[in-house]
Design a protein around this ligand. Structure first.
Ligand code: HDE
Length: 703
């Protein structure tokens, strides 16, 4: 039988370059591109990376093909277990700089050495979805910072909400099982709008404070650069004399807070799964480095005793009116990861990573976390040597007698891996007895009447006062969004008793809220209030808990889209672009085709094609169109949606005559005060800095 000739489709010519000669001890890292020929993991040059080894041209593949086997084997093992929570994340490198030292309060150099700059690695995440889920579901966002300090790694592993959903670590697996996809059907992914979540909530009133926060627009942030961060639990600082002060940590974004509106966040899940990840990456690439102030709330044990709640309860925040915030430093994120897996996936944060001068409090949720993170990382990263992975390794010297285990990357020398030891003649092994600056725990005095038991302190019993405080601190727009979010979520619940019980819980927070939600759901009567162990007390509203008040009227860090087509007035486009850029925005030109010739100009490449660049990805939009082109676009669904969505999502619009006459008309949009002429550049820039809240009641029914 005739055999076909051995063709090598797709094969590149074998490299003629000779592999660099390795001398003793030299390493060549193909992954870092240092070697100019491809090799196997054993360093053997590969002659053909396109074709496997065949017995003859159309014959079977040979088992001896170690190049193929190694390549496939490595690929087969590329995935490691997802984080059980916070699986989807986006991260960046940067630095923290101490501006206002806390001298006399803590010995931690991070907080005492004025001007000290330490590298940080920060990871933001959603909680419920898998690593491949979308960026904009309604969810809490993780905000975890690893400080590589001169005294070792300090991890502040927080969230973008100041309170948590449960009081005791014992309930964490239940809470997470309830929010994740339901186990029999495997959906919904990355969403709390389903029965098991609301079942748990309705039976566990301690969740309500966080649920109120999550139902607010803080649950759907516009950008990771525009979220706050909170350490949540109380920690302790202590000084040389051993005096202790409690501390709660807050990150405040320099760009102010900003959120999406619900319809926008839902549509973004289709338009751009990676909206937040891309936004962070692009901003850092463009040199727009996001920045946060780190502030602390400091209070003594006596002050804490006078709070109308227990600060050891992680479902409670400390109002800023009670304990003001004190800014201590700033964090700047100025470098994207080089490799998503090596850094974002392999980073291991742990609330137990503390430096001397900081200690835990007795918050029972925090105490459980101290166990969980290391435990899960041993499983996820395969053994205790994950601390040697570059993103996890301290940047200060470190030494101990820990040895061996999977994936040991170090080659410790000498006989001595223990202490005390007399065989360590040159004193080169670490000595754990002579470390006066070593980590010490705060010498807390145990109460005389303590008794062991599975207990929940009585001071943890009030579940309604703080959600009421939150509700009472919101503006009308925010209240409407919270009530509408509750209606949306509870409308997805199939089991009537779950829905009714939840509304019964809301009655304990605020009758008006419960009524609005019941009306939105079409309930004939308000369900009975759920029994409350302790009735809510009224606290004075706290403006700091509202979101809109923390938004900044600014274009800094925002993104403006300008729609153009053949024959658009290039001068007008440039005028808008330069004014927006001057105000700090990133501007992107969108057109039906990737190249357009504007009036008087040559064809130029635009930043996005209309159908693939919906107005969802912009904070405000403008259109500069030749009337004939506008007429054509009025028949294009993508163009109609561009304006319908921008208008519906309360964005400022600069629309030219052709756009108004043809596209806005086709979209059924009646221009309001948030729609200006593109010639009114000043007016547009001013409007573009905020959402057009006044438009909302005319557009949608809110609860
Ligand atoms: Fe976490 N949490 N958590 N958590 N958490 C994890 O650790 C856990 C809690 C937070 O970007 C896990 O390495 C328990 C509060 C963030 O890698 C796991 C309890 C807060 C991240 C874990 C809590 C957080 C995690 C999963 C209740 C805000 C992502 C993967 C006792 C203050 C870190 C991992 C990253 C991750 C356990 C409650 C924040 C399973 C048991 C409260 C930002 O160990």
């Amino acid at each position: 039988m005739a055999t076909k000739k051995a063709a090598r489709p797709g094969a590149s010519a074998p490299s003629r370059k000779r592999p660099a000669q390795a001398t003793g001890g030299e390493t060549h890292q193909t992954a870092t591109g240092k070697r100019d020929v491809m090799t196997t993991a054993q360093g053997i040059p590969v002659s053909d990376n396109q074709n496997s080894l065949r017995a003859y041209p159309r014959g079977p593949t040979l088992l001896e093909d170690f190049v193929l086997r190694e390549k496939i084997t490595h690929f087969d093992h590329e995935r490691i277990p997802d984080r059980i929570v916070h699986a989807r994340g986006s991260a960046a490198h940067g630095y923290f700089e101490l501006t206002h030292p806390l001298t006399g309060i803590t010995t931690a150099r991070l907080f005492t050495d004025k001007g000290l700059r330490v590298p940080v690695f920060t990871r933001f995440s959603t909680v419920a979805g898998g690593a491949g889920s979308v960026d904009t579901p309604r969810d809490v966002r993780g905000f975890a910072v690893k400080f590589y300090t001169p005294e070792g790694n300090y991890d502040l592993v927080g969230n973008n909400l100041p309170v948590f959903a449960i009081q005791d670590a014992m309930k964490f697996p239940d809470f997470i099982h309830a929010v994740k996809m339901e186990p029999d059907r495997g959906f919904p992914q990355a969403a709390s709008a389903h029965d098991t979540f609301w079942d748990f909530v309705s039976l566990s009133p301690e969740t309500l404070n966080m649920v109120m926060w999550a139902m607010s627009d803080r649950g759907i942030p516009r950008s990771l650069r525009m979220i706050e961060g909170f350490g949540i639990h109380s920690f302790r600082f202590f000084n040389e004399a051993g005096d202790s002060t409690f501390v709660r940590f807050h990150w405040r974004p320099r760009l102010g807070l900003q959120s999406l509106v619900w319809d926008e966040s839902a549509k973004l899940q289709g338009a751009d799964n990676d909206f937040h990840r891309r936004d962070l990456f692009d901003a850092i690439n463009a040199g727009q480095y996001p920045e946060w102030d780190l502030a602390v709330q400091l209070f003594t044990e006596d002050e804490a005793d006078a709070f109308p709640f227990d600060h050891l309860d992680a479902t409670k925040l400390i109002p800023e009116e009670l304990v003001p915030l004190r800014v201590v430093g700033r964090m700047v994120l100025d470098r994207n990861p080089d490799n998503h897996f090596a850094e974002n996936d392999q980073v291991a944060f742990c609330p137990a990573n503390l430096v001397p001068g900081i200690d835990f409090s007795n918050d029972p949720l925090l105490q459980g976390r101290l166990f969980s993170y290391l435990d899960t990382q041993l499983w996820r990263l395969g053994g205790p040597n994950f601390t040697q992975i570059p993103v996890n390794a301290p940047k200060c010297p470190f030494a101990n007698h820990q040895r061996d285990a999977h994936m040991q990357m170090q080659v410790p020398k000498g006989r001595v891996a223990y202490e005390p030891a007399s065989l360590d003649k040159d004193g080169s092994t670490p000595n754990g007895r002579e470390t006066p600056a070593g980590f010490r725990s705060f010498a807390e005095r145990a109460p005389d009447d303590g008794r062991k038991g599975r207990l929940r302190a009585e001071s943890f019993a009030d579940h309604y006062s703080q959600p009421r405080l939150f509700w009472n601190s919101q503006s009308d727009v925010e209240r409407a969004h919270i009530a509408s979010a509750l209606v949306f979520e509870l409308a997805k619940v199939e089991d009537d008793p779950v829905r009714e019980r939840t509304v019964g819980q809301l009655r304990n927070i605020d009758q008006g809220l419960a009524q609005r939600v019941a009306d939105g759901l079409g309930m004939k009567a308000l369900p009975a209030a759920e029994p409350a162990a302790v009735p809510a007390i009224d606290m004075p509203p706290s403006p700091a808990l509202a979101l809109i008040g923390k938004m900044k009227d600014t274009l800094e860090g925002r993104c403006i889209g300008i729609l153009v087509a053949e024959g658009s007035d290039g001068k007008q486009v440039d005028a808008i672009r330069s004014a927006a850029e001057k105000a700090g925005a990133i501007v992107k030109i969108v057109a039906p085709k990737l190249h357009v010739a504007m009036k008087g100009g040559k064809p130029r490449k635009v930043d996005g094609q209309l159908a693939g660049t919906p107005s969802l990805v912009f904070d405000a939009v403008a259109s500069v169109l030749d009337p004939a082109e506008a007429e054509k676009l009025a028949k294009d669904g993508a163009a109609i949606d561009w304006f319908r969505d921008a208008f519906g999502h309360l964005k400022a619009i600069a629309a030219c005559g052709g756009t108004r006459q043809h596209i806005l008309k086709a979209a059924g949009i009646k221009p309001d005060a948030g729609v200006v002429e593109p010639g009114d550049v000043k007016g547009f820039i001013k409007l573009a800095k905020t959402r057009q809240w006044a438009r909302e009641p005319r557009l949608r029914t809110l609860a």
